[in-house]
Write a protein that binds this ligand. Structure first.
Ligand code: GLC
Ligand code: CA
Length: 556
């Protein structure tokens, strides 16, 4: 398999608003990130992905960009950015930026011009249509709720938005638009950044605008639509001029298309798939379907093994905390289940991403009222639920389980008043459990979730089999255990993780016996020893990593 720096790297996602506030205004910023680079080095990651820091009216926290060439004042200045990039590089940390090119803010100059009149030169930068029978051009729903069409009184037409109405979609069919975007991309790459995470990129192509909405899938008419490949290939041509890494956010792309998107000649080096995480989950969390989860992960592993590359993740800024969603955030099981989730995904084939605070096992936030919530989709959902007759308490239960603000509460650095994030009241409340879950404490405790992540990163660095080794799943039918092998010639690793909160039976298989006898426990979350061949039960969320030792006899 072809070797690449980004295959060997581990990434760390920074949500700048919530990472570290350096100047006491309650908002995280670029200098705050710079201050914490040594922490990231200690953890052992190789690159950071920073969520958008461009100029923006912040309707969707930076995903509504009003100027691609400026830094939002809340975060600092372009000089601060340049310094961050320089210092990160001095520490051998690469920096990838968020690239939001499906839409802009409605405050971007292009849109302001576009909205002025039908013959404005920027009119066709966006998607404008006439209404039908006094209503919108079609019945399509937006991802954040409501119609995708917003009426504009000045020109008596509707414009299209896949997300919020303040995020009008660019018209990728217009060559001028593509040219503008590509030159902006080159401008950033010429600065020396190391790549992009490409936002919402499966939405840049739309179906014929007057088709009726799909019955069940919200974004079906503007997600991974036929013909998208020509746009994506043009984009790739720009990327290919640089030695960078690219990771596309590709909702609506399934494993059978994996190669087109993340194969050797795919549009991106890797993509974030959505099959294991569920897109914009709008329901209160149901039982965790372990089998479906395994199937989703394994299907992407097999689809790209030897043919491309995966991006691996359990959390990001759009989903609740994994330990609360998939694990167990009780006092007894939080650390154990956080480690199980770490082991299960970090050793799959691909580039692992760690979302800030995940390495501490940070949990969901006990939001008490909607006033504590900032995310616009959660507010919209709350009001919809209330309109449908749900009580305040019922509606808040849904918000607590599903809101992406769970992931956006400030990073918990220590146990001081604002968790060491800021000296003043942060823009979003700090989780009250900061007194027991925080970086300072975990950095000192040798058995912490933080150290577990550190060990996993180290193991990956030391063992090529954990990077380039092929993937093979065992016991695919098991409803509690996720078991897989990573194999590179003589080097074999075995991963066994109980993803359930109950004890699980395990039976050593013939297949493993054939591979060898001497399986050594390298890492676990229960401090167990004992022979693999004698292992018969796994504790709740127990996770074990074994390495096969061969030719021991020769060394005696
Ligand atoms: C992506 C981002 C999300 C944002 C949306 C619109 O899915 O991850 O945070 O709201 O795109 O830009
Ligand atoms: Ca600040």
């Amino acid at each position: 398999m072809e070797k690449k720096w980004w295959k060997e790297a581990v990434g760390y996602q920074i949500y700048p608003r919530s990472f570290k506030d350096s100047n006491g205004d309650g908002i995280g910023d670029l200098n705050g990130i710079r201050e914490k680079l040594p922490y990231l080095k200690e953890l052992g990651v190789n690159f950071i992905w920073i969520n958008p820091v461009y100029d923006s009216p912040n309707i969707d926290n930076g995903y509504d960009i009003s100027n691609y060439h400026e830094i939002l004042a809340d975060f600092g200045t372009m000089a601060d950015f340049d310094l961050l990039l320089k210092e990160a590089h001095q520490l051998d940390l690469k920096v990838i930026m968020d690239l939001v090119i499906n839409h802009t803010s409605d405050q971007h100059d292009w849109f302001r011009e576009s909205a002025k009149g039908k013959d404005n030169p920027y009119r066709d930068y966006y998607i404008w249509k006439d209404g039908v029978d006094g209503g919108p051009p079609s019945d399509w729903q937006a991802i954040f709720g409501g119609s995708v069409w917003e009426y504009d009184e000045t020109t008596e037409q509707y414009y299209f938005h896949a997300f919020a109405k303040e995020q009008p979609d660019l018209d990728w069919e217009n060559e001028e638009v593509r040219k503008e975007l590509f030159s902006m991309i080159s401008w950033w790459l010429d600065k020396g950044i190391d790549g992009f995470r490409v936002d919402a990129i499966s939405h840049i192509k739309k179906a014929a605008h007057d088709l009726p909405a799909h019955e069940t899938k919200v974004a079906a008419r503007y997600q991974n639509i036929e013909g998208i490949d020509s746009h994506l290939n043009e984009l790739k041509e720009v990327f290919d001029r640089y030695d960078i890494m690219t990771v596309g956010e590709a909702s609506g792309v399934s494993a059978h298309e994996a190669e087109k998107w993340a194969g050797k000649d795919g549009y991106f080096n890797m993509i974030f798939e959505f099959e294991h995480i569920g897109l914009w989950k709008q329901e209160e969390s149901e039982e965790f379907d372990i089998k479906a989860f395994k199937e989703a992960l394994s299907s992407w592993q097999y689809a790209l093994d030897g043919k491309g590359w995966n991006a691996l993740y359990m959390e990001n800024h759009d989903v609740p905390r994994s330990v609360s969603a998939f694990g167990n955030d009780s006092k007894e099981l939080r650390e154990i289940s956080a480690k199980a989730l770490a082991l299960v995904y970090m050793l799959l084939q691909g580039t692992p991403f760690i979302y800030q605070g995940q390495e501490l096992g940070m949990t969901n936030m006990p939001f008490e009222s909607i006033e504590q919530v900032d995310a616009l989709d959660s507010k919209y959902l709350y009001h919809e639920l209330r309109k449908k007759g749900k009580s305040e308490e019922e509606a808040m239960a849904v918000i607590r389980a599903t809101s992406r603000d769970n992931a956006r509460t400030p990073m918990q650095w220590d146990d001081t008043h604002y968790g060491g994030f800021s000296e003043n009241k942060p823009w979003l409340s700090v989780n009250p459990n900061k007194s027991t879950i925080n970086a300072e404490q975990e950095q000192t405790e040798t058995t912490s979730v933080f150290h577990f992540y550190q060990q996993l990163i180290q193991l990956r660095k030391e063992n090529q089999a954990l990077i380039y080794g092929s993937f093979e799943e065992l016991l695919p039918e098991d409803e509690q255990l996720y078991v897989y092998l990573r194999l590179l010639e003589e080097d074999v690793f075995l991963i066994i993780v109980n993803l359930s909160g109950e004890r699980a039976a395990y039976k050593h298989s013939k297949q493993l016996e054939k591979l060898g006898e001497d399986w050594q426990l390298v890492l676990g979350n229960y401090f167990e020893t004992g022979k693999l061949s004698e292992l018969s039960t796994l504790q709740p969320y127990e996770a074990r990593l074994y390495q096969l030792k061969i030719n021991e006899k020769n060394s005696n």
